[in-house]
Design a protein around this ligand. Structure first.
Ligand SMILES: [Zn+2]
Length: 293
C-alpha cells in the first residue's frame, strides 16, 4: 500500500551529465520525476509500481533518457518544452543546433542516450496542482535554463524538486538558443520566496535541508562573476571567437570541441547582449569593446 513516500534516487557519476538525480513519489497515484538516475532502480520501479506518471522538468536528454522504461505511463511537462520531448527535430531547434554542420551527429548522440520521442499527454502550467492521494504536486514554472523548465513542490512534505536550478559550483547554465539569463535570474529569485525544508537538485549533491537562500544567492552571483570576467577580458577589443577561446564561462575547453565552442559561445553571446543593453559594451565590425574605456 502506497504511503505517500518520497524517494530520492541519485544519478550515476554523482548525478552528472548524462545522468541526473530523480524523485520517485509512492502514493495512490505514483510519480517519477526525471527518470535519468540509475537504470536498474528505475527498471525495478517500472516493474513493481503501477505505471507511475512521468514528469519531465524540461527537455534535456539527461532528464528524459529513461522515459521509455515507463512505456505505459503518461508523460507530463510544461507546454513550452513538450514538443522538444516528443521530437528530436524540435529538440535540436530549441537547443539551437538546427542547421549546424554537426546537427545529425548531435541527434545521433541524443538517440544513443535514449531520446524517448514521447508525446506529452499532460501539459502542466505554473500553479497547477495534482492530487496523488496523500500528497500533492504543485508545479512552478521557472524558465531560463529552458523556456518550459519547471520546479515541483510537494507541500505536504515541505519539499521542492529544483531540477536544473541545481545550485552547483559551476552556476546557472543557459547554453541553449532559447535559454534566457534574465528569466533564470527571476526564477532564482522566485525560489527564494518558496518555503520548504527539503530541496532536491538534479545534479551533484542532490539533497539540501533548511534555508537555502544563501545557496541561491551564491548561485545567482555566478552570473555577475561571468559578467565581470567578460568585462575584464575586454580591456582590449576582442572578437566573439577570441573570447570563446578564453573559455570565460567554462574555465577551460572540453571535448567534443565543436560542442564546447557552441555552448560556450551561446552563453557568452547572451552575456554580451545583456551587457550591451546595459550600455557597458558595444560591437564595432567584429570587435567587442567596453563602452567608455
Ligand atoms: Zn537541463
Amino acid at each position: 500500500m502506497a504511503n505517500g513516500e518520497v524517494v530520492f534516487l541519485s544519478g550515476n557519476k554523482g548525478g552528472r551529465f548524462p545522468y541526473s538525480n530523480c524523485l520517485f513519489i509512492d502514493d495512490e497515484k505514483s510519480v517519477i520525476i526525471d527518470p535519468a538516475a540509475q537504470k536498474e532502480k528505475l527498471i525495478a520501479i517500472s516493474r513493481d509500481k503501477n505505471d507511475p506518471l512521468v514528469v519531465n522538468t524540461h527537455y534535456h536528454i539527461d532528464h528524459i533518457r529513461y522515459d521509455s522504461l515507463f512505456e505505459r505511463s503518461p508523460v507530463a511537462a510544461h507546454p513550452l518544452d513538450a514538443k522538444a520531448i516528443a521530437s528530436i527535430d524540435e529538440n535540436a531547434h530549441l537547443v539551437g543546433v538546427e542547421g549546424l554542420p554537426w546537427e545529425n551527429e548531435w541527434k545521433q548522440w541524443m538517440m544513443s542516450f535514449g531520446f524517448p520521442a514521447r508525446a506529452v499527454e499532460m501539459e502542466v502550467n505554473d500553479g497547477d496542482e495534482l492530487c496523488l492521494g496523500k500528497l500533492t504536486l504543485r508545479f512552478i514554472h521557472t524558465p531560463g535554463h529552458t523556456p518550459g523548465h519547471i520546479c515541483v513542490e510537494i507541500p505536504e512534505k515541505k519539499s521542492v524538486f529544483l531540477a536544473d536550478i541545481d545550485l552547483t559550483k559551476f552556476g546557472p547554465w543557459y547554453g541553449n538558443k532559447y535559454s534566457d539569463i534574465d528569466d533564470f535570474v527571476d526564477s532564482i529569485e522566485r525560489m527564494k520566496q518558496v518555503e520548504a525544508e527539503t530541496w532536491y537538485t538534479s545534479h551533484e549533491a542532490g539533497v539540501l535541508k533548511g534555508d537555502i537562500s544563501r545557496e541561491l544567492e551564491r548561485y545567482g552571483r555566478v552570473i555577475e562573476q561571468r559578467d565581470e570576467r567578460i568585462l575584464d577580458a575586454l580591456s582590449k577589443p576582442l572578437t566573439s571567437r577570441q573570447m570563446v577561446e578564453k573559455a570565460l564561462i567554462y574555465g577551460k575547453s572540453w571535448e567534443p570541441i565543436q560542442m564546447f565552442i557552441f555552448f560556450e559561445g551561446v552563453m557568452l553571446e547572451k552575456h554580451l547582449e545583456r551587457l550591451e543593453k546595459e550600455g557597458l559594451v558595444f560591437k564595432e565590425d567584429d570587435l567587442w569593446m567596453r563602452a567608455g574605456g
